[in-house]
Structure formats: structure tokens, C-alpha cells
Design a protein around this ligand. Structure first.
Ligand code: GLA
Length: 727
């Protein structure tokens, strides 16, 4: 709900458990008065104290009042160069070379339903789900208008923000920074939590008290990156899964981003998030507008668990546009870790036949099917089948796969080109590269200039032809390098600072075209695993390959970190062979299944090469996947422990909305002789109900939550999957 007190110029956004408030003060400065656990009513600007602070200057409107300074006031969207020395939200260069941005309130509008952003991902909602607030700020000297957009989803405690900057003047201006989000907190100790790692070790939570000054994470790789996720948290120092106030902020963006938190000289805190200012410079001609991507906020009064569950609810209900919604997703087998590039039609069909016999429903042909692609050094861009490997091409193969009762899926990497390709030989100028400089290659490949519509058109046409000819119901859209030498031959010198962002807009444009041309096809995102696992991509690709690391024990940590913002249904996860390709570790088959089942579930190994006992396990696993599908995909997710490299078990729980059904998953760590008996305290159950645990006796909900469930002795890396059903 949005409450607009027109007289007091106060805007209060109320969600189920939180309140967010702003007020345009007597000088037209839009103050941020509060964000946190719910407060029913009131003008919260009374919480703000004023004092004369040395070296904190005063704007002209303050007259002789030296206690009024932009440097000390909590602001909704900070300017720059006008006396606020904390993190700026907006940096603008005018034609005359001045760099000041100084915004004042100009008006507001409340609308039913959720606003949309043209060409950019955004949460969606009808009038039943959401409301929109648009607050207009102005900088008259620069003739700039800034619209702050807010989407309020009451049920899931979600507040979205986006910003539109409009040039109302008759001179061009250059934007050097346009944050999506600025959020000020009063003086307090807070912890800063980021999700960091690298290729094959994505999204590990890192938590530390916020020190004085700016702490930031971001990406200048052109993709949101394996190294830092565009999701961060701020929380009270005592916050944990169940307790304490915490704030999560996600950026719906898949390119360069920056998330920064600053603890000021007076210990108040500012969080900003948006496109990374590195190499960003956007020229706004008179009359033009620039839209900064959407950011999404959830505040939880009761720890991280509630925040995650609210994000999960919001993502599932208002972000994913899943063409397979309402239908159980088929169990897939993917050819990558089974064969890499080394296959032919016969081998694939044998593989498919054996997979189908075990109950697999979707066959995904990964890399290696096109051009002369027999390793990763060639053929990207040549999107026609390799007839030597696949006589009759994709139509023949997909028909054979369909005849086995399976759907057919295909890997593509449309943003790339290999130098050894027909496409590159015809269009060497289609790549991003700084003029006069040798290439910086990544995985032997170059990046196509997606800022250019004619290149996107070409890729669309050639790939769509393959999709039209074969019966493709799933696409894995991969992207396997960071951007470097970023320069476009189609953009004038003074506008090269737009290329990184225009590239992302180009990717979104093409994804949307493929979505619309193939309305029943599911697109899974991938970037060497989780290099572009962000809410921007999720808008187009409702699931994303979580990591190239398929070791079930490492995956515990990766999926744990990912779950803070993203629901299990979005996490691509497969059972792969042992010893694992990445770690050399051998984890029991059951455990590999349990871990993959708390994601999208599938196989990434040659099922035909398994022993009969393992094949029987596959059949049982697929049965178990079907039984737990609804609960895992739509239920509430509880992290019960932090994965650790030592002997501690890792546990998590899926609970149905009515709290009558739950699935406890536990994976034990390294084995040590003489280990203690452990109990796992469950959460989210109904304390008054009694739950039957598999075939055992009944367990009261309060006992399971207060005293815990006593784990059996589990050997190294073994697992437990325990159903609990209320009677
Ligand atoms: C990336 C993906 C893998 C696989 C290979 C194919 O690394 O993450 O899953 O598709 O590319 O080259």
C-alpha cells in the first residue's frame, strides 16, 4: 500500500511486515525518513536531528541555518558536487563542463499495478499484486528531471526501485553515474554481506562489520560475474537466520555493476547500487531519457531466512516468466560432462536410448553440434549442424529423440564468435575490440558487438532457422568469457562509454525476441556456470546453470549462498560422475541426487556406463524427484546449517505453504571416528501438529523445532532425505 500525504509531502510504502518512508522537506529535499520493521503511522521525519557540523556546508535555501546540510541528512537519491560528500547517486556533466547534480522535489503520482521498464527486466504485477509510486525530482539549472519509480508488493515485502533521467533542456548532458538505488540508514553498527567467489566457486557469503569509509563489490567484466553477485545484504550485527533486522538488495542487471556501502563520519550508512561507473558515460540529448535498471529490496525483521523466503516468493510469482509454469519440468540429461565434444549421432542416440529407459524426459545436446566444433577453439557463430557428426542435422536427431518419448534441448552461445569460423571470416569487424590493438581472447573466442541491431538480427535469423527446423523445447544459452577491449565500430568516439550498457540491452533484446518467437521453449541461462546468475537474466531465463562445479559437496556451499536471494527452482543442478571432474572427490550417488534435487535436477553423465545398481538408483531418484517436485519448487526454504568443510552436517528443509508437509535434507561432512550424535532443529513447522517421519513414529512439531530431530550416524558425505507429514 502507498500512502501519499499530499499536505505533508510524505510518502509511506507499507508492506506486510515493513514500512518505507520519504518526505519532501521545506527546501524540497527528498528525505529518506525510515525503512525497517513495520510502523503503523506517523511522520517519521521527527527522527532526524539537526546540528551544525564542521565542514558540512549548507545549501542556499538554508540561509543562515548552519544545521541544515545535505552532507548529514538522510536522502532518498543523493546528488553530487553540491555539498553531500557521501556516495553520489547521480553524476552529470553539463556542456559547460560543470559536474553538479542537485535535486529537489517536483511532484508525485500513485498508480495501480507495477510499472514496467522498456527493454529492461523488471518485476511485474497487476493492480491486485502491486502499486506504483512515481516521485519527480528536478535539477532546474541542469534542466534535468529525475523520476524515482517504486513498486510495492505488499505480500512479499518487496519494494522495487528504478530511475528515469530526462533531459528537459536544449543542450546534451553526459551521465557518468546513475544509481538505481540509494538507501540511507541512521547511525548504527551494521554488517555488510556480499556473495563472492569465482568460476566453479560462486556466491559464497562473506560478512564483516561495516568499517568507516566505502566498501564495495562489483563487476567490470561486462557480465554480472562469478566474482561478486549483484545481491548484497546489510544487517544488524546480531542477525542470523531467525533473528535481527536485515536488508537484502538485488540489482536486476547482467552487466557491470557496483554495490557500495559507506559508513560516514557520523556512523550513518548509505547503500548505493547500480551500473558500475567504470567506462560509463551516457549522452542524453535534449528530450531523451535514460532508465537505470531496477533494484529490488526486502527487509526482514526476523533474520535472513524470512528475507530469503520473501525474495523467493517475489521471484517465483513476479519475475519468472516460465513457459513451463504449471507443468512439472522434465528430468534432463545433458551431454556435456558425458562426452564433451566427442560424439556422433550413433553415440548420442545410444546415450539417449539408455537415458529414456531410466525415465529421463529431456535430452540436451550441449556444445559441439555446429560448424566444425570439435574443441573450444573454433566455429562459434556458425550455427548450422555439423553433418559429419549429425547426418540429417538437428531435424533428424530431434525426431529420433522425440521418437524415444523425450523432448529435445540445445546448447547455444550466441554472443560469441571464433576466429576460426565462417562468420568471422566474412565479418571480422563484427567483434568488440579497441582499434589498433591486438585481441584479448577468452576461451579462444571473441565477443560479437551486440550493440548493433544488424548483428543481433543475423544471429536471430540463423539460430531461429535451426529452432524452426528441429523440435526444440529447451535452450541452454551460454556465455563463456569476460568482456575486454570494449569498443564498438558503430558508435562515435565520444559515446563509447555507452557500449557496455548497450551490449547488455542488446542481449536482453535478443533474449526477448527468442522468447517471443518460441513461446513454449524454456531458456536456461548459463555463463560458465554461474557467471551471470542475477535477477536480470532470470526475467528471460527462469533457471540458470548454477555452477560448472558439479561436485555435490562443493555445491552445498554454492547452492547455500545462492539461496539467500534466489529460489531453488532457479538453480540448475545435475548429478554428475565420480570422481568429480573439478575436485576428484567421490560422493555417494544418493547424495549427488539429494543435492541436485534441491535445484532443477537432471543428469550430466553417461547413464549407459553405470552399473545396474546405479541404474536402479537413477530410477528411484527420478521417482523421488517427481514426488518432491511441487514442494521443492513452490515450498518455503529453510537453511538449517552453514555448510562447513569439517564434519558438521549440512541441512536444509522444504516446507509446504500449509506447513503440513516438509522434506528434511541432510548431507554429512567428512567422517571422523567417535563422532557425536547430532540433532537438527527444524523450522517453519506447525508446533501444534504431529508429523509422521517416513515410516517411524509421530513427532510433535514443537519437539522437532525446539529439541531437534536426532540424526542417525551417517558415513562420510552420506545423506538423509526425510519426509514429514502432518496427521
Ligand atoms: C560452459 C558451460 C558448460 C558447458 C560448456 C560447453 O562452460 O557452463 O555447462 O555447456 O560451456 O562448452
Amino acid at each position: 500500500m502507498i500512502i501519499h500525504d499530499t499536505e505533508g509531502r510524505i510518502f509511506t510504502l507499507q508492506t506486510h511486515s515493513t514500512t518505507y518512508q520519504m518526505k519532501a522537506d521545506q527546501n524540497g529535499v527528498l528525505l529518506h525518513t525510515y525503512y525497517g520493521p513495520k510502523i503503523q503511522q506517523g511522520d517519521l521525519s521527527r527522527l532526524i536531528r539537526y546540528a551544525d557540523r564542521g565542514f558540512s556546508p549548507n545549501p542556499d535555501e538554508a540561509g543562515s541555518d548552519r544545521t541544515y546540510s545535505l552532507d548529514t541528512l538522510p536522502q532518498e537519491y543523493s546528488g553530487s558536487g553540491a555539498g553531500d560528500f557521501r556516495l553520489p547517486s547521480l553524476e552529470v556533466e553539463r556542456r559547460d563542463g560543470s559536474y553538479v547534480a542537485d535535486l529537489r522535489y517536483a511532484g508525485a503520482q500513485v498508480l495501480g499495478g507495477k510499472y514496467a521498464l522498456e527493454g529492461l527486466p523488471a518485476f511485474f504485477g497487476s493492480e491486485r499484486d502491486a502499486d506504483t509510486l512515481v516521485i519527480t525530482l528536478e535539477d532546474p539549472a541542469a534542466a534535468l528531471r529525475v523520476e524515482l519509480l517504486y513498486g510495492v508488493f505488499e505480500d512479499c515485502d518487496l519494494i522495487t526501485r528504478a530511475v528515469r533521467i530526462i533531459n528537459d533542456g536544449d543542450q546534451p548532458v553526459r551521465l557518468h553515474r546513475a544509481a538505481s538505488l540509494c538507501l540511507d540508514f541512521p547511525a548504527a553498527s551494521m554488517d555488510w554481506v556480499t556473495f563472492d567467489g569465482g568460476h566453479v566457486k560462486e556466491r559464497r557469503p562473506n560478512r564483516a562489520p561495516l568499517r568507516p569509509g566505502v566498501q564495495s563489490v562489483g563487476s567490470i567484466r561486462g557480465i554480472s560475474s562469478h566474482q561478486h553477485n549483484p545481491f548484497v545484504m546489510l544487517c544488524e550485527p546480531q542477525a542470523d537466520e531467525e533473528h535481527g533486522v536485515c536488508y537484502g538488495a538485488a540489482l536486476l542487471y547482467s552487466g557491470n555493476f557496483e554495490a557500495a556501502a559507506e559508513r560516514s563520519q557520523f556512523d550513518d550508512i548509505r547503500l548505493t547500487m547500480g551500473i558500475h561507473p567504470f567506462h560509463f558515460c551516457w549522452t542524453l540529448e535534449p528530450g531523451q531519457a535514460f532508465t537505470a535498471p531496477e533494484a529490488a529490496l526486502v527487509c526482514s525483521p526476523n533474520g535472513f531466512g524470512q528475507m530469503s523466503r520473501q525474495f523467493h516468493r517475489a521471484v517465483r510469482g513476479h519475475l519468472l516468466r516460465d513457459p513451463w509454469r504449471g507443468r512439472r519440468k522434465p528430468v534432463q540429461v545433458n551431454s556435456w560432462e558425458a562426452f564433451y565434444f566427442h560424439y556422433d549421432q550413433q553415440r548420442l542416440l545410444q546415450f539417449a536410448k539408455e537415458s529414456a529407459a531410466l525415465g529421463v524426459e529431456l535430452f540436451v545436446l550441449d556444445d559441439g553440434w555446429f560448424g566444425r566444433r570439435n574443441d573450444d577453439s573454433s566455429s562459434l557463430g556458425d550455427w548450422f549442424p555439423n553433418e559429419e557428426k549429425l547426418p540429417g542435422g538437428l531435424p533428424a536427431l530431434s525426431a529420433e529423440i522425440n521418437a524415444l518419448g523425450m523432448e529435445f534441448g540445445l546448447w547455444i552461445e550466441p554472443e560469441m564468435v571464433s576466429e576460426d569460423s565462417r562468420l568471422y571470416r566474412e565479418h571480422p569487424d563484427w567483434v568488440l575490440n579497441a582499434p589498433g590493438r591486438p585481441y584479448t581472447r577468452g576461451r579462444c573466442q571473441l565477443v560479437l558487438d551486440y550493440t548493433r541491431p544488424e548483428i543481433r538480427d543475423y544471429i536471430f535469423q540463423t539460430l531461429q532457422k535451426q529452432l524452426d527446423e528441429a523440435n526444440v523445447s529447451y535452450i541452454k544459452w551460454d556465455m563463456n568469457r569476460s568482456l575486454a577491449q570494449v569498443w564498438s565500430a558503430a558508435i562515435p568516439a565520444q559515446r563509447q562509454g555507452e557500449v557496455y550498457h548497450r551490449y547488455v540491452l542488446g542481449v536482453y533484446d535478443l533474449l526477448e525476441r527468442f522468447r517471443q518467437a518460441n513461446p513454449n521453449t524454456l531458456i536456461e541461462g548459463c555463463s560458465g556456470g554461474g557467471g551471470r546468475f542475477d535477477m536480470g537474466m532470470l526475467y528471460y531465463t527462469p533457471q540458470i546453470w548454477c555452477s560448472d562445479n558439479t561436485d555435490a559437496i562443493d555445491r552445498l556451499t554454492i547452492q547455500y549462498g545462492t539461496s539467500f536471494a534466489y529460489p531453488p527452482s532457479t538453480m540448475g543442478a545435475h548429478v554428475s560422475a565420480v570422481p568429480n571432474e573439478q575436485t576428484g572427490r567421490s560422493v555417494p550417488f544418493d547424495t549427488r541426487g539429494t543435492v541436485a534435487m534441491s535445484g532443477t535436477f537432471g543428469y550430466e553423465l553417461d547413464l549407459g556406463a553405470l552399473s545396474q545398481e546405479e541404474k536402479n538408483q537413477v530410477i528411484r531418484q527420478i521417482q523421488a524427484y517427481r514426488e518432491s517436485y511441487d514442494l521443492i519448487q513452490t515450498g518455503d526454504y529453510y537453511r538449517l546449517s552453514v555448510p562447513t568443510p569439517d564434519g558438521q552436517p549440512t541441512a536444509w528443509l522444504h516446507v509446504s505453504a500449509d506447513r503440513r508437509t516438509a522434506l528434511l535434507c541432510v548431507v554429512s561432512g567428512q567422517a571422523h571416528a567417535g563422532a557425536p550424535f547430532r540433532r537438527i532443529k527444524l523450522r517453519g513447522l506447525d508446533p501444534t501438529l504431529r508429523y509422521r517421519a517416513a515410516e517411524e513414529e509421530l513427532w510433535p512439531g514443537d519437539m522437532l523445532m525446539q529439541a531437534g530431530y536426532p540424526l542417525p550416524m551417517l558415513g562420510e558425505y552420506q545423506c538423509l532425505r526425510l519426509w514429514l507429514k502432518a496427521e
